[in-house]
Design a protein around this ligand. Structure first.
Ligand SMILES: [Zn+2]
Length: 463
């Protein structure tokens, strides 16, 4: 349906009582009580449900979400379970067994020899949960061209010396090319996000290849959402639902970048009019990032992704510089116990701040980091309100945030996470979510099942 629609008896922020909302040409043209129905309109009965602007996920990885759907996910599985799953796995379209969610603490060290014992027949590649490492078995290495000494030498040049043990570090783009795989379809991912009420997404994948896969999927109509791209190479685009946002930079926790190099990358992004979005998950990474931003000079729209360890002083530093934080409540719920166990004891009180950042005056928006976090924004709302981990611990009780505040972050514009929430009002884009109940009720027990319909640019994409 791309036609005009009249949503009847909905509750809209700023209006007392129920109103109707008319959508024409992808735009909200009228809001008010008892609008007269036009001839050719699709009439949707709202039955008192809340009509909201569509939700924005300010940080996710679309191609990785699609890839996950055809992968074996071993997160939360013990080493014995891992060996069993790899031994029995069914290969995907490309003939490979693709495994994700490997974690050296849960599964022990992994290399080509270990994989060969479990599965000597099929090519197997196993991704570390950080996304930074692939472990490949011997059949896999042969498939990648390592079936002769010359071939292995070429692989060594392309990926580094650890390839001998089957370890491929930070070489996703190379691997994709070497596999010659067709890019995964994003149709299922787009439909799933539409069911969740998500109309806007920021793809935080730094590499250009993944950005291009996403851009192509939007152009082909596989993905109905508005998409902001963060790869450095992305250029201003040719499609109304595509845009280019901050440049994603990764300050890796295990290998801090050289200070001058980080400053240079920030300057390079700013020089082409793009802010930066810097991945920071440790106190040291955040301090280095702040120093580099000071050296390079800040730009409106600069942001820190994750901000997984920050105390009140660092929050103040972020606020003073006008740096936005994009956080991930479901990572707290899913992995909070793990973070608690792994970080230095003095960092435990400062894990994944949210309310503390808001108190300091930082703009904060929640996001999913899917597929690493839960793509369901309603699960994200619950996680931000409760901060309850799998073991039942409340991680940082003072960091809990009211559901309405988290929702406002989800309603902020893609180019201004944590900024003012978008509105349902005449003249604004008809990117809308209709719930099956009033907002107050929905926020008491947020659940994706309450999404009745989702419209993007006036088109019904779910419901
Ligand atoms: Zn991410």
């Amino acid at each position: 349906m791309s036609g005009d629609a009249l949503l009847r008896d909905v509750s809209v922020r700023g209006w007392p009582g129920l109103v109707d909302c008319r959508v024409r040409g992808g735009v909200v043209v009228e809001v008010g009580p008892r609008l007269r129905a036009g001839g050719e309109e699709l009439v949707v009965r709202g039955e008192g449900g809340a009509l909201l602007p569509g939700l924005a996920d300010h940080h996710l990885h679309l191609a990785a979400m699609a890839a996950l759907e055809s992968s074996v996910d071993v997160s939360g599985v013990a080493r014995e379970g891992l060996s069993r799953l790899i031994a029995r796995a069914v290969p995907g379209e490309d003939g490979w067994v693709r495994v994700v969610g490997y974690d050296e603490v849960a599964h022990g060290e992994l290399d080509r020899d270990a994989l060969d014992v479990w599965n000597p027949v099929l090519p197997v590649r196993v991704q570390h949960r950080s996304g930074a490492l692939w472990v490949v078995n011997s059949t896999g290495l042969r498939r990648l061209g390592g079936d002769t000494p010359d071939g292995m030498a070429r692989l060594r040049v392309a990926t580094g010396d650890d390839i001998g043990r089957g370890l491929v570090w930070r070489a996703d783009a190379w691997l994709r090319e070497a596999l010659g795989a067709r890019p995964p379809s994003l149709r299922a991912v787009g439909a799933r996000l539409a069911r969740l009420g998500v109309t806007h997404v920021a793809d935080a994948t730094p590499d250009a290849g993944a950005g291009e896969v996403v851009a192509e999927a939007v152009r082909r109509g596989e993905l109905p959402q508005h998409v902001l791209l963060m790869a450095a190479e992305s250029t201003a685009s040719d499609h109304p639902r595509l845009s280019v946002g901050p440049v994603k930079l990764v300050v890796a926790d295990h290998e801090l970048p050289e200070f001058g190099a980080l400053v240079l990358r920030i300057r390079r992004a700013h020089a082409v009019g793009r802010p930066v979005a810097v991945h920071c998950v440790t106190r040291v990474a955040l301090a280095l990032t702040l120093a580099a931003l000071d050296e390079a000079g800040g730009m409106r729209g600069d942001r820190v992704e994750h901000c997984a360890v920050a105390d009140a002083a660092l929050a103040g530093e972020l606020a003073a510089r006008g740096i936005t934080v994009v956080t991930q409540p479901t990572l707290v719920a899913r992995r909070g116990d793990d973070y608690w166990a792994r970080v230095a004891p003095e960092d435990r009180g400062d894990l994944w701040p949210y309310a503390g950042l808001l108190r300091a005056g930082v703009r904060v928006a929640a996001s999913s980091d899917a597929p690493y976090g839960d793509p369901d924004p309603w699960a994200g709302l619950r996680a931000a309100v409760e901060r309850r981990t799998i073991s039942g611990r409340v991680l940082g009780p003072d960091e809990r945030v009211a559901a309405a505040t988290v929702l406002d972050g989800l309603l902020s514009a893609l180019h201004d996470p944590g900024g003012p929430p978008r509105q349902v009002a005449p003249g604004l884009p008809a990117d809308l979510v209709l719930l099956d109940r009033p907002l107050g009720e929905a926020l008491r027990a947020p659940d994706a099942g309450q999404v009745r319909a989702t419209l993007i640019a006036g088109r019904v994409v779910h419901g």
